[in-house]
Design a binder for this molecule. Sequence first.
Ligand SMILES: [Zn+2]
Ligand SMILES: [Zn+2]
Length: 247
Amino acid sequence: MRRSHTTNTLVIISNHVKSVYDDRWIGDIFHYTGMGQYGHQDLRFAQNKTLNESPISKVKIHLFEVFKARQYTYIGEVFLVDNAYQEQQYDAHKKLRNVWVFPLQLSTGNAPQIPVSSLLSAFKEKEKRVKKFSDAEIEDNARRTQTVSVDRRHTDAPYYLRSVWVAEFAKRRSKGNCELCTKPAPFMRKNGEPYLETHHINWLANGGADSIENTVALCPNCHRRMHILNHLKDIKTLQKKTTPQKN
Ligand SMILES: [Zn+2]
Ligand SMILES: [Zn+2]
């Protein structure tokens, strides 16, 4: 965040390539994580304070997002639409700490179209970073970042912003075996990881949740099968995998 006193503006940047934060759009609201890379974040600190007091100070806030290194996409002028709230996120040292999240909304109009290729490349970068976390940390994050309804961004093709934690959780739960046919992944990636694809049992396009109960890891064959046939029997099999029955 950068503040200019001469123009009474605050520039905030959400960097999806570098940042460890889980900034996200939920519907029309952008949930922006405050400043402070390590330890608990302080609402009285620097630009967190500026952002928090913006409804009173009337400072103009401009939001940029970064999906590719050194490429800043101007999203627009935003305002604090609700009180900042606290949640727990991991810091750059993988320590769980309290952060402040600011719900922001565009003052006018819509966010610009983002190329799907940019969203995918940011997702891949994030994917690499979450590999360093333990199973328990992945599960913890997946439970906290899952969303009931996933909103479409303004993109040049249909694309849904997914939680990288939820995707990683499904892959680890599968232990390298397709969660439908139970066979091992057909091949290994260059980094030695089993190749499986994540799939939402109730499709995101149909309003399915990006949650660990709705996300499975499938071999490419079974993934196609689900998209072409979507048999109720297969759906039930997958649901049993994600929601273990209590007896
Ligand atoms: Zn399979
Ligand atoms: Zn799918």
